[in-house]
Design a protein around this ligand. Structure first.
Ligand code: 173
Length: 318
């Protein structure tokens, strides 16, 4: 109720003259403010706001304190907010196909050229009542981080903090998944409620998880995806110039992913310095792990979304 009261009248249209109308969009992020997967979205907001006074502005409400992580999909669908920076893993309840986005690992320029963006945008319009403005975190894969040393690729007896995106990896290696929002990971580890967690290469220092993490399992898998969605009614209310401003800024935002290879290397270095050891069972086991991860994920997606799953797999090309 609080959220609704705070966020109704989501779009404020201020007439500033006969031809100029400034629109203000209200935005949230599923990741805490100023952490790794909010940072570029925040840069995007600053850029839009600095360059487009009198045209379009974004009012950043903040992270999951404003709207809880797993409710952000519904908030964008029903226009409690106009814009959200949110992983597909957080809205698979509304759009099972969103789980496939982690398997789209080509750069966004390629995904926009080969029809992937267009098809995923159609699905977002149908199921999320939203426009798929941008996708971030290309080139940032996921890992399983552990506090217990394992001597083979087997999670039997381990409880691992999860979201829908890690489920197939955790299940197929015999582990038990415990779904939590990122904000609950530290406490779950500290209290020994879980023995490890899924998370990308980047960002474990943001909330102090390095203090409660001992190992990082190799290889990494899939591709992180953090999407900027705009509620469809809010999108339709924009004029062509405002849409172009946001679309151009989205391309700029996606371009920031070029920084990720260097950031990944720096994060792994920093993890090593913090005493986090890599566990690696060599090329043959790594290959088996990767194949299991991809095959299990596609199998789940195709069974949950039989109409769209095969087309998604064909577009993803893996
Ligand atoms: O919470 C998560 O581990 C998760 O699903 C996710 C997705 C994209 C980026 C970072 C985390």
């Amino acid at each position: 109720m609080m959220i609704r009261t705070l966020l109704t009248a989501a779009v404020v249209v201020v007439a500033t003259g006969a031809s100029a109308q400034e629109v203000t969009l209200r935005a949230v992020s599923a990741f805490q403010e100023n952490t790794q997967f909010s940072k570029n979205f925040e840069r995007f907001i600053q850029k839009v706001n600095a360059e487009n006074k009198g045209v379009v502005q974004i009012n950043y409400i903040g992270g999951p304190r404003a709207v809880p992580v797993f409710e952000q999909g519904n908030a964008i669908r029903t226009r409690v907010v106009d814009m959200a920076n949110v992983a597909g893993a957080f809205y698979t309840n509304l759009m099972p196909e969103a789980d496939a986005m982690k398997l789209f690992d080509k750069p966004m320029t390629a995904q926009r050229a080969n029809g992937s963006w267009e098809f995923l945008n159609q699905l977002h319009q149908q199921k999320m009542n939203s426009w798929y403005l941008a996708r971030q975190a290309h080139n940032v894969p996921f890992h399983i981080y552990l506090n217990k040393k394992i001597d083979k690729l087997d999670f039997t007896g381990l409880k691992l903090r999860s979201t829908p995106l890690y489920k197939d990896v955790v299940d197929s290696l015999g582990g038990t998944g415990v779904t939590t929002a990122p904000g609950e990971v530290y406490t779950a580890l500290e209290r020994g409620v879980v023995d490890g967690y899924g998370w990308p290469t980047q960002g474990i220092f943001d909330l102090g998880w390095d203090k409660v993490t001992k190992f990082r399992l190799e290889p990494s898998f899939y591709s992180a995806e953090v999407n900027v969605l705009v509620n469809m009614d809010a999108w339709k209310s924009l004029n062509d110039r405002q849409k172009k401003v946001l679309s151009d800024a989205a391309a700029w935002l996606e371009g920031l992913d070029a920084e990720n290879v260097a950031i990944n290397a720096a994060e792994k270095d920093r993890q090593a310095k913090a005493g986090i050891q890599a566990i690696d069972f060599g090329p043959a086991e790594s290959k088996r792990f990767t194949e299991t991860a991809y095959n299990a994920a596609w199998k789940t997606i195709i069974s949950r979304a039989p109409e769209n799953g095969p087309k998604l797999r064909q577009l993803a090309g893996n």
